[in-house]
Structure formats: C-alpha cells, structure tokens
Design a binder for this molecule. Structure first.
Ligand code: RIB
Ligand code: CA
Length: 316
C-alpha cells in the first residue's frame, strides 16, 4: 500500500530535493504540501514549491499558504545559502499552478480527515504551521500516524553552536510540536549532511532527457558552486530529503530513543533540542528531562542505499 504523506516546506534547495522525490516515488501518495517562511519569505517559498512540482511532472497536488513569520521571533532567512529567491536564482518562469484557497492548517486538517489510511506528516521547515495546526485541530492531529521532521540535533547546531535552523527559527512552535504526544521521529543534523552529491551527480542528471533530471542537475551544480564559494566545499547535501526517505524506508536508518527538551529560553542555547543521551539518568534530580517526550532520533543511515534511491526516483 502507498504511504500517505503531507509535506510542510520552506523551499529552499534541499526542500526541492525532497519534493521532487516525494512527488515521483511510486510508493508515496503525496496528499498535499503546506508552505511556511524559513529559508526565505513565504512568497518565495510558495513560488519555489510550485516550480518544483512542475519540474517533478507532478499531478494536481494541493499547495497551501501558511505562516509568514514565527510565533514570537522576527523571521531570519537563510538566503545566503539558498540565493535571493530561495532557489539559487535559476531564472525559471513562475508556475501556472493555482494555490489551494485554504490556509495551511485547514488543508492539513482536510487531508488527514479525508485520507483512506494513516497519514504521516513531514515538516522540513520551521514548525510554525504545525504548531498552529495542533492548537487549531487537536482531534484531527491525534489521528496522525507519526510526525517525521527535519530539525534539531543531538550534537552540534548550524544556525548557532547548539541550535539547528528550523528549531531556532521558531523555538516556541517546536516546543509545542515535540510535546504534542504524537509519535515523533527527528531527522536532525546528526545525519543531515551525510547524503552527499557532487558536481558529477549534476552532470549525470543533466545528460538525461527529461525535465526533472535537467532541473535537479542544474540545482545540484548551482548548490555546489554556492558551497564552494561559501565554505570551499565541493560536496552538497540532499538534506531534507533524508526525512522523507526515513518515513518510507525506516529500515535504512538507525534510531536512538531520547527524551528531548526544546530550549525556549533567550540565552545562547535558544532553539537547541537538548537530547538526554545519558545511559543512566537520576530522574529524582532531573525533573525536566524525566518529564520530557521520548523521540526517535536518527543517528546513522545507509548512505549508499538512500542516495541511490533518490537518484533512481529522479531519473526513472
Ligand atoms: O538546518 C537545516 C534546514 O535548513 C533544512 O530544513 C534546510 O532546508 C536548511 O536550509
Ligand atoms: Ca527546509
């Protein structure tokens, strides 16, 4: 049976890698996509998401408008990584696809209520839309099979020394999602950069005829150029795609179960996902972590199999 997925995105180059895969994989039923500000502003995110669906050759998948900013903080974008339009300024004309008229939280509700089987929600972005959905429609949210999110870290951060970008962008939203009681898989920075591509992958994809391969190849080569300029680094990551791979092929990853607290204080660790990795925790002395939700955290993965699954799905 196909797996029912809903994506929440801030497209973003690696969100695009994830969307291309989810729209094309034969065992995925992509019910819809909701957009939120994050890597870039919401208008860019929407435009990039629709263009990516065009490149994927996707059918009529509903795409909805979500939050324009975090719950409390001001938005802080990552355009220095993803380009001024969030998709490396490829010069692709706007899509002719029409945005779904429903707000993101209503689209998520309707897709879950109308689905024939269980639904997995995959946030690849700051968790603002998901927190608003949980607060607006808790009974529908309780029907979710699982949330598999890209975000957080059990080790180092990227936006700050300890916080990953998606959680750091809206820590209050993340705290709401992590404490929701819904089963959560966290695909974070511990594995995020392990799925690597080079300029040669782009060349291979551009040698193929169809639009999805051409688009992907160009995006990869532009991202390699960007990272070479930014960090003298010639490999780029498939990033957010790994969370989608985890949702449909959990046998290809290794998870550890940790109690996780999202730091919502305004100190240097704001936005950190503090994972309790102690083998023995004296719960009497640690009321914070002993009452925190247990989360399945991806700590290792089959790099070759997951990378090959993406290349195969893009080119077939
Ligand atoms: O921190 C990783 C996140 O930022 C991902 O969601 C990705 O889109 C990147 O830009
Ligand atoms: Ca993202």
């Amino acid at each position: 049976m196909k797996k029912n997925l809903i994506l929440d995105v801030d497209t973003g180059v690696d969100d695009a890698f994830a969307i291309l895969f989810a729209a094309r994989h034969p065992e995925i039923n992509l019910l819809g996509i909701t957009c939120v500000d994050g890597n870039t502003n919401l208008e860019n995110v929407i435009a990039n998401t629709l263009k990516t669906l065009d490149a994927a050759g996707a059918g009529d998948i509903p795409v909805a408008r979500g939050a324009t900013r975090p719950l409390i903080d001001e938005p802080r974008y990552a355009e220095f990584v993803h380009g001024s339009d969030g998709l490396l300024d490829m010069g692709i004309p706007p899509s002719k696809r029409v945005l779904d008229p429903r707000p993101a939280v209503e689209l998520i509700r309707d897709l879950i209520e109308g689905a024939a089987g269980p639904v997995t929600l995959i946030p690849l972005a700051p968790l603002t839309n998901i927190a608003l959905f949980l607060r607006a429609f808790p009974d529908t949210a309780a029907k979710l099979e699982r949330i598999v999110l890209m975000g957080g870290s059990a080790s180092a951060g990227n936006a700050t020394a300890t916080a990953e970008f998606n959680i750091w962008h809206d820590p209050e939203a993340a705290a709401i999602v992590f404490s929701s009681g819904i089963p959560i898989t966290m695909y974070g920075l511990d594995v995020f950069t392990r799925l690597q591509l080079t300029h040669d992958h782009g060349t291979e994809l551009k040698s193929r005829e169809h639009e999805c391969s051409q688009f992907s190849g160009e995006l990869i080569q532009r991202f390699v150029k960007q990272f070479t300029a930014l960090a003298d680094q010639s490999e780029i990551t498939l990033g957010d795609y790994g969370a989608v791979a985890t949702a449909i092929a959990p046998h290809l990853v290794t998870m550890e179960r940790y109690r996780v607290v999202v730091d919502t204080t305004f100190g240097p660790n704001r936005g950190q996902t503090v994972c309790d990795r102690r083998t023995f925790a004296d719960s009497a002395q640690d009321s914070i972590h002993s009452n925190a939700p247990s989360v399945d955290v991806v700590m290792d993965l089959d790099v070759d199999a997951i990378t090959e699954m993406w290349m195969r799905t893009i080119t077939q």
